[in-house]
Design a binder for this molecule. Structure first.
Ligand code: BGC
Length: 803
C-alpha cells in the first residue's frame, strides 16, 4: 500500500519493529532532590543495539539511488558495510509523535555491482534510552523500529524500490548497550565483520515485524542535521593512578575517536568530565544517576578504532583506564558535534577576555544546539524553553538559526496544551512531568512562544514566522488571562509555581561553599516576575498584531496590558513609588519592560544602581533578567557603572568565569570556586551567555532599525575601555561590518560596510566632528549634540575627532 506523509513523500517502505527490543518503561525511584536515587550500572537495564540487514539486487544501468530512512531509536545506515552519509545520531530529536524527521541520502556511488546489502545499527536513543533529569526510559515507545526505502532509478525511467518489510532480518550486535546519556558498551570481539556483506550467512537471524505505525508525522530533515563540527587534539596528557587523562583544552559536546593497540579482550573504559577537581585530578562534575557518560570498549586485538555511535557526552577531559602502557593509545581526538548552521557573527576587540567570552558563548551555543535547543549536553539534554527565549538574540547573531528554531516552534505548536499552556521543556517527556507533578508551564519559559518568533522576525525579516505562530501566541496569553481572572488579585499572575528569575545568584548560591539551591531563586521571585512577563508578552503581541494588520486585536492587547500595568503598580509599587523588591533582577525587568511610571522608574533605577554598588559592581540577575541589565544601565546613562559590571572579574560576573579558565558558559557563576572547588553542575549552559547580543550591539555597534537589518544603526560605545573592536554580522541582506580603532586620545577611525538593499545610520554622541572619507563630507557637532549620518549601501571610512 502507498501511504502519503504531510511532506508529500510516498512511503513504500513499512514500519518494521524488532520484537527483541521490546521492554517496559522503568521509572527510576526519585531521591529528595528529584534526581534518580543511586542505581549501579549493572542494574540500569541498559539495552543492546541491534544490527539489521536486507539483501538486494541492482540490475541495469543505474542513474541514481536514494535512501530514505527514519527510526524509532537512533540508526546508522550502511551499504555493504560502508557508512552512509556524515550525519550523527539520526534521526535526531523532535516531538516524535508529531514530527519525526527522515533523512534522504544519495547512495548512487555505493551501488556499483549486482548484489548488495543494506544494513543498519539501531539503538535506544531518545526513543527508549534513559533520558531527561531522572533517567526515565521508553519515553516515546517500548520497541525499536525502522522504516526505509531505497529508490533505484535506472536508465530508461525504470524505477525499483527496496523497502523495509518483514524480509529484513536482525540480531544483537557488538553493542552490549548503547544509551544516549549513560554511554556505550561495545565488545569488538563480537563484531561480525561480514554481517553487512552479501555473502553473510547465519542461523541466528530474526525477522522484523511489520507494523502499522504512523507515517503522517514523518517530515523531511531540514538542513540542520547533526554533524561533527570540529576535531580537537589533546593539549595535555598525564597519568593518574592506572589511567591516562587527556585534556582537549575546551569543554564540548560530542565524542572522540580512539585507535587502540591492545590485546584481544582487553577492557578499556573511557570516562568524561568537564572540569578537574581542586587537586587537578579527574572527577566527574556530573554525578547523578544515569548520567555516567562512560563508554566501555572490549578490544578485538585488531584494528581497534572506536568512535561512539549512539551517545554523546559533555566533556573536556577523558580518563582512559584499562590501558597497560601509554603507547596502547595510538591516536585520540575529540569530536565536537552540533546541528549544522552557518556562522553569521564575528567579534574581536583589544581585550582578550571579551574575545574569550564571545567564543565561550558560541561554544556553548553549538554544544546545545543538537536537534533541539538544550539546556546542557550532559545532565539533561532537554529543551528548556526559558533558556532559549533569553538566549535567542545572541544565537541569531552567532549563527543562522532560522530553520532550526522554525522546526522547534512547529513542535511547540503541537505540544501546546488545549488550554494554551506552553511546556517548560520541549519536547516535554513524561519523565519530567513525573518530577514536576502537574506543572506544565511557567512564566518566562512559556513566553518563548512569543519572544522567539519575535526575535526571529526581527532578525530575518520573515513575516511567516509571526503568522505561523500567531495563534499559539494568542492562546498562551489567553491562558494567562484565564489564570489571572480566577486569581484573588486580577491581572496578577500568582498562586502557582513559577521558576521566576531562575538562579538569581544572591538567593540561590552559597558563596562560601559554592553550593546551589536552585529552587530558592524560584521561591524568592515567583510573585513579581510572572506578572512582568505577562505584561511583556502582551506588549510584544501588540506590536505583532500591528505588523500583521490585526488592529482590533492590537487594541485589545493594549487595553489588557494597561490593566496588567495598573494591577502591577497597585500591588508591587508602594505609595512612595518604590518597587517592593530588594533584587537587581526585578528592578531590571520593571525598568526594561516599561512597567513603571516616570517617577517610579527613576527611583527604581537609583535603587538598581545602589544594589549594584553594594554588591561591588557585580551582577545579581537570574535567567530572566540578566539579558537586560547592561541595556538598562546604558539607557539610563550609567555607562561607567555598566563597564564596571561587564569587566568585573569577581563572581558573579562573566569575566570571573573567563579568569578561571572557562571555555564555555557555566550553569552557575560559582561552578568553580575561587579556591578551585567544583560544584556538581553543568559547565556548558548557554543561558547566561545572553550577554553576547549586547556585546555585538554595543561594542561592535551593530543594531537593527528595521527587521532583517534592512536599516542598520551603527552605534558603538566608544567610551568603552577598549582600544579597538571589530564586528561582522552576516544578515539576510549580506555582511554588515563595523570596525573601529582609537588612533590616539583625540581620534577614532571607523570602517563600516552596508550590504546592498540595506541602508545605515551612523550615530555618535559627544564628539567634535566626523569626516566621511568616501563622500568627503564633514559633520560638526554643535554643543554636544548627537551626530547622525545617513548612509546608503557600500563601504565607508570615517574619522571621528573627539572633544
Ligand atoms: C535546567 C535549566 C532550566 C531549569 C528550570 C534546570 O535543571 O538545566 O537550564 O531552565 O532547570 O528552571
Amino acid at each position: 500500500m502507498r501511504m502519503k506523509t504531510d511532506n508529500n513523500e510516498i512511503w513504500y517502505g513499512k514500519w518494521i519493529s524488532l520484537p527483541l527490543s521490546k521492554r517496559a518503561r522503568t521509572e527510576p525511584e526519585l531521591g529528595e532532590d528529584g534526581n534518580a536515587a543511586y542505581v549501579p550500572l549493572e542494574r540500569m537495564e541498559l539495552a543492546p543495539a541491534f544490527q539489521l540487514r536486507k539483501k538486494f539486487i541492482a540490475k541495469g544501468k543505474l542513474k541514481k539511488a536514494s535512501l530514505y530512512v527514519t527510526a524509532h531509536g537512533i540508526y546508522k545506515a550502511f551499504i555493504d558495510g560502508v557508512v552512509i552519509g556524515n550525519q550523527e545520531l539520526t534521526p535526531g530529536h523532535s516531538s516524535y509523535h508529531n514530527r519525526l524527521m527522515y533523512q534522504i541520502y544519495d547512495v548512487t556511488k555505493l551501488i556499483n555491482k549486482e548484489e548488495h546489502v543494506l544494513g543498519f545499527y539501531l539503538a535506544d536513543g531518545w526513543w527508549m534510552g534513559h533520558i531527561g533529569f531522572a533517567g526515565d526510559d521508553c519515553q516515546y515507545g517500548n520497541e525499536l523500529a525502522i522504516i526505509f526505502q531505497l529508490k533505484l532509478e535506472y536508465e530508461g525511467d525504470n524505477v525499483e524500490w527496496v523497502i523495509s518489510d518483514s524480509s529484513v532480518v536482525y540480531q544483537s550486535s557488538g553493542y552490549k548497550y548503547a544509551d544516549l546519556f549513560v554511554g556505550e558498551y561495545y565488545d569488538a570481539t563480537l563484531r561480525d565483520k561480514d554481517f553487512f556483506l552479501p555473502e553473510y550467512k547465519s542461523d541466528n537471524l530474526l525477522s522484523c515485524k511489520e507494523e502499522n505505525y504512523a507515517i503522517s508525522n514523518l517530515m523531511k530533515q531540514s538542513k540542520n542535521e547533526i554533524t561533527v563540527q570540529k576535531r580537537i587534539e589533546p593539549i595535555k596528557t598525564w597519568n593518574e593512578n592506572d589511567s591516562i587523562i587527556f585534556d582537549f583544552g575546551q569543554v564540548l559536546a560530542g565524542k572522540y575517536k580512539i585507535h587502540l593497540d591492545c590485546g584481544k579482550c582487553q577492557k578499556v573504559i573511557i570516562e568524561c568530565t568537564e572540569v578537574l577537581n581542586p587537586n587537578g585530578q579527574f572527577e566527574p562534575n556530573i554525578r547523578e544517576t544515569y548520567k555516567n557518560q562512560t563508554d566501555i570498549y572490549i578490544c578485538s586485538g585488531e584494528n581497534d578504532v572506536y568512535e561512539p555511535m549512539f551517545t554523546y557526552h559533555g566533556f573536556r577531559y577523558l580518563r582512559i583506564s584499562g590501558i597497560k602502557y601509554k603507547k596502547q593509545i595510538v591516536f585520540i581526538e575529540a569530536l565536537s558535534i552540533t546541528s549544522k548552521m552557518e556562522r553569521t557573527g564575528e567579534f574581536c576587540c583589544s581585550d582578550q577576555r571579551l574575545n574569550r567570552l564571545q567564543e565561550n558563548i558560541y561554544n556553548s551555543q553549538c554544544s546545545n544546539m543538537i536537534s533541539i535547543p538544550t539546556d546542557c549536553p550532559q545532565r539533561e539534554k532537554a529543551g528548556w524553553t526559558g533558556d532559549v527565549q533569553i538566549f535567542a538574540p545572541t544565537a541569531c547573531f552567532n549563527s543562522n538559526v532560522y530553520s532550526f528554531f522554525e522546526d522547534w516552534l512547529s513542535d511547540m505548536r503541537f505540544e501546546q496544551k488545549e488550554n494554551g499552556e506552553i511546556p517548560i521543556i520541549l519536547p516535554y517527556i513524561d519523565g519530567y512531568k513525573r518530577i514536576f507533578e502537574g506543572i506544565f508551564s511557567s512564566a518566562g519559559w512559556g513566553d518563548v512562544c512569543i519572544i522567539l518568533p519575535w526575535v526571529l522576525y526581527n532578525e530575518y525579516n520573515e513575516i511567516d514566522i509571526l503568522m505561523d505562530n500567531f495563534e499559539m501566541m494568542e492562546r498562551w496569553v489567553s491562558y494567562i488571562t484565564s489564570c489571572v481572572s480566577n486569581s484573588s488579585e486580577r491581572y496578577i499572575w500568582n498562586g502557582v509555581f513559577h521558576f521566576g528569575d531562575w538562579l538569581t545568584p544572591s538567593v540561590s548560591i552559597n558563596f562560601e561553599t559554592g553550593e546551589v539551591d536552585m529552587m530558592q531563586s524560584a521561591y524568592a521571585t515567583k510573585d513579581m516576575v510572572p506578572t512582568m512577563y505577562y505584561y511583556y508578552s502582551c506588549s510584544l503581541l501588540i506590536k505583532i498584531c500591528e505588523i500583521l494588520g490585526y488592529d482590533k486585536k492590537a487594541s485589545y492587547y493594549s487595553q489588557l496590558s494597561g490593566k496588567i500595568k495598573k494591577a502591577f503598580n497597585d500591588k508591587f509599587v508602594d505609595e512612595n513609588g518604590v518597587l517592593k523588591s530588594n533584587l537587581q533582577g526585578e528592578h531590571v525587568l520593571a525598568i526594561h519592560f516599561k512597567l513603571l511610571d516616570e517617577e517610579s522608574e527613576k527611583i527604581a533605577f537609583a535603587r538598581l544602581k545602589s544594589l549594584l554598588e553594594k554588591n561591588s559592581n557585580r551582577l545579581d540577575t537570574g535567567f530572566l533578567s540578566v539579558a537586560f541589565l547592561l541595556d538598562v544601565l546604558h539607557d539610563h546613562g550609567a555607562d561607567e557603572l555598566l563597564f564596571k559590571v561587564l569587566f568585573n572579574e569577581e563572581s558573579p560576573s562573566w569575566l570571573y568565569e573567563v579568569k578561571n579558565g572557562a571555555t564555555s558558559i557555566w550553569e552557575s557563576w560559582q561552578a568553580i570556586m575561587p579556591d578551585g572547588k567544583v560544584a556538581g553542575l553543568s559547565m556548558n549552559h548557554y543561558a547566561f551567555g545572553c550577554v553576547g547580543d549586547w556585546i555585538y550591539r554595543n561594542i561592535a555597534g551593530i543594531n537593527k532599525l528595521a527587521p532583517g537589518y534592512k536599516k542598520i544603526l551603527f552605534k558603538p560605545l566608544f567610551n568603552v575601555p577598549l582600544d579597538w573592536a571589530k564586528g561582522m554580522h552576516d544578515t539576510v541582506y549580506g555582511k554588515v561590518i563595523c570596525d573601529w580603532k582609537k588612533v590616539d586620545s583625540k581620534n577614532i577611525e571607523v570602517r563600516l560596510a552596508i550590504p546592498e538593499e540595506a541602508t545605515g545610520l551612523f550615530e555618535v554622541d559627544n564628539i567634535k566632528s566626523c569626516i566621511v572619507y568616501n563622500t568627503n563630507q564633514e559633520y560638526k557637532a554643535a554643543d554636544n549634540e548627537r551626530i547622525s549620518i545617513p548612509l546608503s549601501a557600500g563601504e565607508y571610512e570615517l574619522k571621528l575627532q573627539l572633544l
